[in-house]
Design a protein around this ligand. Structure first.
Ligand code: NAI
Ligand code: MG
Length: 360
């Protein structure tokens, strides 16, 4: 299989962890006989320094010409006092818009060998394995009108929650498609006891479910979902929800298994390539020290293999290699918990590569 991959390392540890992810993708290409072409683009603070823009036009063109995009992270104290249009995060928001990324997938998996890192008791978090699918283009964050005004002499503020039926339908279909390949359960999270938008959300979920007879649909109110994630995370397979509920629940879910350096994400496009990135930031406190955990970036690459290229076997091989390296006791500093000897970014990448190629 031939694929063009746009690589946007970004700032700080973004460059270090994407290097690791590219290493692993190259090893996958070698082992399975694929041809991956890597083309590099600028984004974030590094792009501002070199071109004066957080997202240069060439980067947008490069991404649109590619089969998938791998992103590191953007940001850092150096650019914190820049005006809004020259902030690194602006690059991230613009690329999401340019690529029409409408859904963010955050898989949460439990690693037995890291059970001490979770804030939950082992019996509660053990074997949890679910995906949160968050809608990204609609809802309260984009609805108009939004702003302040004076009404009858009272200072008043308004935000508006808007959804179009097609936006709800496409994200719920995505959730069902995912569930079909997983354990066959969709939990649709809403606030249908109060919000009309949630009542339409529920209606659409029921309609879509008719096309997926093998998948079970359950509705859950968002306040209950926030509690259930902590009380019994094992009950979930695919959780789908609107923008703001998803923002909150995905951050809540991301701490359940323990380490920021472990968690990948995928943003799905309605028309072009998808974008894959670790959920962590540029970690200025450890940048340039070859200390960052590359696993979140490497698992994002695995997600690319699965979701953009349909290379399920290859994706599983990468995930299995990560798991076996952790089981063997290898740790980067963030996972080492005071252990004197921990692996560098490069060493961790190398161990994962060896583990993946080992059983040839
Ligand atoms: P952060 O995720 O960069 O770091 C939080 C803490 O976790 C730090 O102590 C860091 O050393 C540690 N950490 C993060 N990833 C790690 C990894 N792979 N291995 C080991 N340790 C890791 O979040 P923070 O500090 O709030 O933000 C730093 C910068 O990153 C800011 O400029 C922020 O705007 C940006 N950021 C960018 C994101 C993106 O590009 N998607 C997401 C979040 C923050
Ligand atoms: Mg958030």
């Amino acid at each position: 299989m031939q694929k063009k991959i746009a690589v946007l390392p970004g700032d700080g540890i973004g460059t270090e962890v994407t290097r690791g992810a590219v290493e692993i993708l190259k090893a996958v290409a070698d082992r399975y006989g694929h041809e991956f072409q890597f083309n590099y683009g600028l984004i974030g603070g590094t792009a501002i320094d070199k071109t004066g823009h957080p997202l240069p036009e060439e980067t947008v063109t490069l991404c649109k010409d590619s089969d998938a995009v791998l992103l590191g992270a953007v940001g850092g104290p150096k650019w914190d006092h820049n005006p809004p249009h020259l902030r690194p995060e602006k690059g991230l928001l613009s690329i999401r818009k340019h690529l029409s990324l409408y859904a963010n997938l955050r898989p949460i998996s439990f690693y037995a060998s890291l059970s001490e890192a979770s804030p939950l008791r082992k019996e509660v978090i053990q074997d949890a394995d679910f995906v949160i699918v968050r809608e990204l283009t609609g809802g309260l964050y984009f609805g108009k009108p939004s702003g302040r005004r004076v009404e009858d002499g009272q200072e008043t503020v308004v935000d508006t929650l808007v959804y179009h039926r097609y936006e709800i339908k496409r994200i719920i279909e995505l959730a069902f498609t995912l569930a079909e390949k997983r354990r066959g359960k969709v939990t649709s999270v809403d606030k249908a006891n109060v919000l009309e938008s949630s009542r339409m959300w529920r209606e659409v979920a029921e309609e879509v479910s008719k096309d997926f007879p093998a998948v079970e649909l359950e509705h859950m109110l968002v306040d209950n979902a926030a509690m259930q994630l902590i009380r019994n995370p094992r009950q979930f397979d695919v959780v789908v929800t609107e923008n703001m509920f998803g923002d909150i629940l995905s951050d809540e879910a991301s701490v359940l298994t323990g380490s920021l350096g472990m968690l990948p994400s995928a943003s799905i496009s309605s028309e072009g390539p998808n974008l894959y990135e670790p959920i962590h930031g540029s970690a200025p406190d450890i940048a340039g020290q070859n200390k960052a955990n590359p696993i979140a970036a490497i698992l994002s690459a695995a997600s690319m293999l699965r979701n953009s290229f349909s290379l399920e076997e290859e994706a599983k091989a990468v995930e299995a290699a990560v798991e076996s390296v952790l089981e063997a006791g290898y740790r980067t500093a963030d996972l080492a918990g005071g252990r004197t000897k921990s692996l560098t970014t490069e060493q961790m990448t190398e161990e994962i590569k060896i583990s993946m190629l080992g059983d040839e």
